[in-house]
Ligand binder design. Structure first.
Ligand code: THU
Length: 160
């Protein structure tokens, strides 16, 4: 028997002011698209902004449905759109922000498990790490230098 230890490392910024101008701008775009989320059931709005290696920025917000599982998270709306219109481009950075209509979200909101698995697919496909920045409505911003920090023991194509 042996034990395996896997460590994850994150940078914690005390607020958006501490981010580089590039990431502040990306996060500002995530905030704007977040406001356009269609979230009548949860009142929990999420925005995601992707920076691609071709210089394009692709945005997404969560889209809910009366048949709940038919809705989709902001991160997957954005990455699937990017994959559709720029199939050759690499995703360099993702900024994510979430805000509830009912209470102020101060904790950094990480991508859900399904979004992590979806982002993993693109990180492996492009063979380049994707930087992920996530925050609530206000407060700290967490940075993960790669999706791998968020999804240890990920399932990927090498198992197929
Ligand atoms: N949501 C996202 O958009 N991204 C996540 O990573 C977590 C959850 C959305 C899905 C749903 O519309 C709402 O937030 C509440 O779960």
């Amino acid at each position: 028997m042996k034990e395996i230890n896997i460590t994850s490392s994150f940078l914690v910024y005390s607020g958006i002011e501490e981010l580089s101008e590039e990431i502040q701008s990306l996060m500002a775009q995530a905030v704007e698209i977040r406001k356009k989320a269609y979230a009548p059931y949860s009142q929990f709005k999420v925005g995601a902004a992707l920076l691609l290696d071709n210089g394009k920025i692709v945005l997404g917000s969560n889209q809910e449905n009366a048949a709940y599982p038919s809705g989709l998270c902001a991160e997957r709306v954005a990455i699937f759109h990017a994959g559709s219109i720029y199939p050759e481009a690499k995703i360099l950075k993702i900024a994510i922000t979430a805000a509830s209509d009912t209470n102020q979200t101060t904790a950094p909101i990480p991508p859900c498990g399904s979004c992590r698995q979806s982002i993993a697919e693109y990180e492996i496909k492009q063979d380049t790490p994707i930087e992920i920045y996530f925050m609530g409505e206000i407060g700290e911003v967490y940075k993960s230098a790669s999706l791998k920090n968020l999804l240890p023991f990920m399932f990927d194509k090498k198992f197929l």
